[in-house]
Design a protein around this ligand. Structure first.
Ligand SMILES: Cc1cc2nc3c(=O)[nH]c(=O)nc-3n(C[C@H](O)[C@H](O)[C@H](O)COP(=O)(O)OP(=O)(O)OC[C@H]3O[C@@H](n4cnc5c(N)ncnc54)[C@H](O)[C@@H]3O)c2cc1C
Length: 381
């Protein structure tokens, strides 16, 4: 079912993206997982195909395609390799989107034009003592003359080793809690800015996840994204978009796990017949397909609402929570359908299950999504 709203040209481009994902990305997925890196040539290919430029507005060198299109691209890439999808997702939903929404003309010209040419970006919010409680960050930015001096450290930053620049959240007025947070862009090469160790993970192993440390990092005031002390709004709105991207990533992972299991159960014979003949298996397939369809509908609806600039807070959290819980269930059941073979590393079922897990955790855990959904409902939204 294709219920997302795309223009005719977007539908045409998406066909090429699907082909690229299946022919060029999917064959590399095992290697990417094993080597724990997305090859540079694959990132360059995504750029060559215009995927980085796709979501950047035309005035900054992009194609100005819709957020709904981007969500479909993330889903198609995630069907092939969710680590590869995250390179693009991080650059566009986590770095470019806050600049598109809140950046000055100067920042947009300086950075969006580079993203449109394939530069990778990231978002640095989380710290060791501030995860779910994002407003508890301790990294500070102090004004000195026309500059800001940043000190602190960040944890679990995606695209860490490949990004050219990051959106970094800092405390500019510690008396004011979340109303004292300001967001800045920091370039990779800035003195005092260090990319730390590569963190090894159970899933999306090709995606670079690092710690960052910032020691007296001096940046111009013009690198501020949005207004002084209004950075929390910048990051929360960024995450609304980001969560729809994660829902699409979860959808892609689950769809591939399901498709592979479906092929297998038709061939696998026990008790003299195909295991797909057993009612116990049929019911599993029916449940998995229904959950996938429901997750797809809510994700596409959230994407269209973001594209139309509607209030998306509740639906973005619903999409992320529902699609990621679905992905964990569907990948677990897909592995089950392969029996003992699913438990081996000879097949991809175990990788899909490992990859699915992160979608329940990052960009706000699913406990936090439930909190947001309930809060919005109680507010009458
Ligand atoms: C692979 C990976 C990539 C990431 N990429 C990025 C990135 O690019 N940029 C970035 O800034 N961050 C990133 N993160 C950080 C991620 O968003 C956080 O890990 C996540 O928000 C959870 O924070 P935490 O790990 O500190 O867990 P905690 O906040 O310590 O949570 C621990 C447990 O307590 C639960 N919990 C906490 N508070 C509540 C509550 N109020 N009610 C109910 N339950 C609660 C949580 O749901 C969780 O189960 C990434 C993390 C990983 C693992």
């Amino acid at each position: 079912m294709d219920t997302i709203h795309l223009s005719e040209p977007e539908k045409d481009v998406l066909k090429y993206v699907t082909q690229f994902a299946q022919k060029e990305v999917k064959p590399l997925a095992r290697e990417i997982d094993a080597n724990m890196t997305v090859p540079r040539k694959l990132i360059d290919r995504m750029n060559e195909l215009g995927l980085f430029a796709s979501y950047i507005p035309e005035e900054y060198g992009g194609a100005g395609l819709s957020f709904s299109f981007l969500v479909r691209v993330i889903e198609e890439l995630s069907k092939a390799c969710p680590s590869t999808a995250l390179v693009l997702d991080g650059a566009l939903t986590l770095f470019a989107e806050p600049l598109i929404m809140f950046g000055s003309e100067e920042l947009k010209k300086r950075y969006l034009t580079r993203i449109a040419k394939g530069a990778v970006g990231g978002l640095a919010l989380t710290e060791t003592s501030a995860g779910s409680d994002a407003a508890a960050i301790k990294t500070t930015a102090e004004k000195k003359g026309g500059k800001y001096i940043i000190n602190g450290s960040k944890m679990f930053i995606s695209n860490g080793s490949i990004a050219e620049f990051f959106v970094v959240d800092t405390v500019t007025d510690k008396e004011k809690g979340y109303k004292g947070i300001t967001t800045f862009v920091v370039d990779k090469g800035t003195p005092g800015f260090e990319i730390g160790r590569e963190i090894h993970k159970m899933g999306i192993r090709g995606s670079s996840t690092v710690e960052l440390s910032l020691n007296n990092v001096e940046i111009p005031e013009s690198n501020m994204v949005g207004k002084l002390n209004e950075g929390f709004k910048v990051v929360m709105e960024t995450l609304d978009a980001g969560r729809i991207g994660i829902a699409a990533q979860a959808l892609g992972i689950a769809q591939t796990a399901f498709d592979e299991a479906l092929e297998y159960i038709k061939d696998r014979k026990q008790f003299g017949r195909s295991i797909s003949d057993f009612q116990g298996i049929k019911f599993m397939i029916a449940d998995m397909a229904t959950q996938l369809e429901a997750a797809r509908l809510i994700t596409y609806r959230a994407a269209d609402m973001w594209t139309n600039h509607e209030d998306t807070i509740k639906v973005a959290s619903m999409a992320k929570m529902f699609a990621s819980d679905m992905a964990m269930k569907v990948t677990t059941d897909s592995l089950q359908l392969f029996g003992g073979y699913g438990f081996t590393t000879d097949l991809d079922a175990e990788r899909h299950m490992r990859d699915a897990k992160i979608t329940q955790i990052y960009e706000g855990t699913n406990q936090i999504q439930r909190d947001i959904i309930a809060r919005e409902i109680l507010k009458g939204k």
